[in-house]
Design a binder for this molecule. Structure first.
Ligand code: F0G
Length: 463
């Protein structure tokens, strides 16, 4: 290619207005939301980076596909299209649609886990952890140690610690019903996992007779990182790489709201006949018949097309580059971020940026509030509000205090990102004034979604 500028590989056919608010309006909105960005009205947000889940723009191909949706209760054409698309990439025998990723987790764990079991993972995401703990099982995070250090630059910081995986399996025979790897490692900074690590983890699991699953939400981004960074994959297509990744696994849970490029949907796919049958029975009880799993026929169509589009190389190149673009600006300006930038988000390292706020006063949460107040940006805390509360009620500070700026797929353009950078640099210039927060009301599980908080020292900023 002669020119170096990587452009958005699409043009825009439908637009959705976004709304500016004043700082005073945002101040009131924050108070009304109990200082919890989850409780804001979306129309009060200018740039919404709360999540890349279900927030993407669908393509003309996906919208066209939706018109073909077959809404038959059982055996719809749309299901077979969906099943073919999933099987083409994953190779799994049983493809079970679900309304989103956490439904796949609940159904799999409901059948496979019993109280006291241990599930190792490079890092569980919040719903995966919660669904494991809901079964009375232990969600064990064993990323490589470097994965917990935001500053170290490594190509595959999402890798699982193979030594700890083997030790866990050796020391707990009969109590590890399955092991998982999350690609990319969302809670660990969106970091990719290498093919070598997936292959080795699979080999260890199978040596101990333990099924190995992928949490595959961002499998396409992970495949492209492998293409760019791992020896021997430069000439392979993202599809070939994804197929190899899945070939080492016995099954996968998937949120199609991420690399399925759809606004809703997910699946559980696996090879074990007996387990699949049990999962399908549970699916009928709570989600729907196994050929729609709680989705409309048109959702299955949108996902089938999305799974094909997400592996296009020009899309993946643009996707990774647009995230790295923000990362480069922040790094040059000295804003500490999880290095190197991952596939779907930039994670600001709030512990490093705000050393004056102790973890007991939730520095990442406070920073996310400051970004909203100053610039109307919504991000999400991945820190001690999200992960500090233990199942037994104790409070243990999270390993990292991160603010995640997740990029919805195909939604924002470069000027949005330039604006974003400007706001972050502005907040960085006044970081000494940012003050911590405390929790004033909190539910017993997954508290970050609905807790109410308040600034510890009167206001969010010292005056
Ligand atoms: N696994 C991972 C790694 C995830 O990131 C998510 C969702 C899920 C499972 C659950 O999928 O939302 O479809 O039920 N992550 C979103 C996020 C919510 O913001 O990262 P779901």
């Amino acid at each position: 290619m002669q020119f170096k500028t990587i452009i958005e590989p699409f043009r825009i056919k439908a637009v959705e207005p976004i709304r500016h608010t004043t700082r005073a309006e945002r101040e009131i909105a924050l108070q009304e939301a109990g200082y919890n960005l989850f409780l804001l009205r979306a129309e009060d947000v200018l740039i919404d980076l709360l999540t890349d889940s279900g927030t993407g723009a669908m393509s003309s191909g996906q919208w066209a596909g939706m018109m073909l949706g077959d809404e038959s209760y059982a055996g719809a054409k749309s299901f077979y299209k969906f099943e073919t698309a999933v099987r083409h990439i994953t190779g799994f025998k049983h493809v079970i649609p679900t309304h989103q990723g956490r439904a796949a987790e609940r159904i799999l764990f409901g059948s496979a886990l019993k109280p006291g079991d241990i599930v190792p993972n490079n890092t569980h995401f919040d719903t995966t952890r919660a669904n494991t703990e809901f079964r009375g099982a232990i969600a064990l995070d064993i990323p490589i140690p470097e994965g917990r250090d935001p500053q170290i630059i490594l190509p595959f910081k999402g890798n699982i610690d193979l030594g700890k995986l083997e030790q866990t399996l050796r020391e707990n025979p009969g109590n590890v019903p399955l092991a998982m790897i999350t690609v990319t490692n969302n809670s660990g900074g969106g970091q990719p996992v290498s093919m070598a690590n997936i292959r080795a983890a699979s080999e260890i699991c199978h040596r101990y007779g333990v099924p190995f699953f992928l949490d595959a939400c961002r499998f396409a981004e992970n495949a492209y990182f492998i293409k760019l960074r791992e020896e021997g994959y430069a000439d392979k297509t993202p599809l070939e790489i994804a197929q190899e990744m899945f070939s080492y696994a016995d099954g996968a849970t998937m949120s199609a709201k991420k690399d399925g490029m759809a606004n809703i949907g997910g699946f559980l796919a696996l090879n074990d006949d007996a387990l699949a049958q049990e999962c399908k029975n549970m699916l009928i009880l709570t989600e729907g018949f196994p050929t729609y799993g709680g989705l409309a026929g048109y959702d299955l169509e949108a996902i089938a097309v999305g799974l094909e589009e997400v592996l296009h190389e020009d899309y993946l190149e643009y996707r990774l580059r647009s995230v790295a673009y923000l990362g480069d600006i922040l790094t040059k300006a000295g804003v500490p971020i999880m290095q190197p930038p991952g596939g779907h988000a930039i994670y600001i390292d709030a512990k490093a940026m705000l050393p004056h706020i102790p973890q007991s006063e939730y520095p990442a949460w406070a920073l996310s509030l400051a970004l909203y107040l100053e610039g109307g940006i919504r991000s999400v805390e991945i820190g001690s509000v999200m992960f500090g509360q233990q199942p037994d009620g104790r409070e243990i500070p999270a390993a990292m205090e991160l603010v995640r700026l997740a990029f919805p797929r195909r939604v924002y353009t470069q000027s949005h990102v330039d604006y974003l950078a400007e706001v972050i640099l502005h907040v960085n210039s006044m970081k000494e004034q940012i003050r911590g927060v405390r929790i004033t009301a909190s539910p017993p599980v997954l508290r970050h979604f609905s807790a109410r908080l308040a600034p510890t020292h009167g206001g969010l900023f010292a005056t």
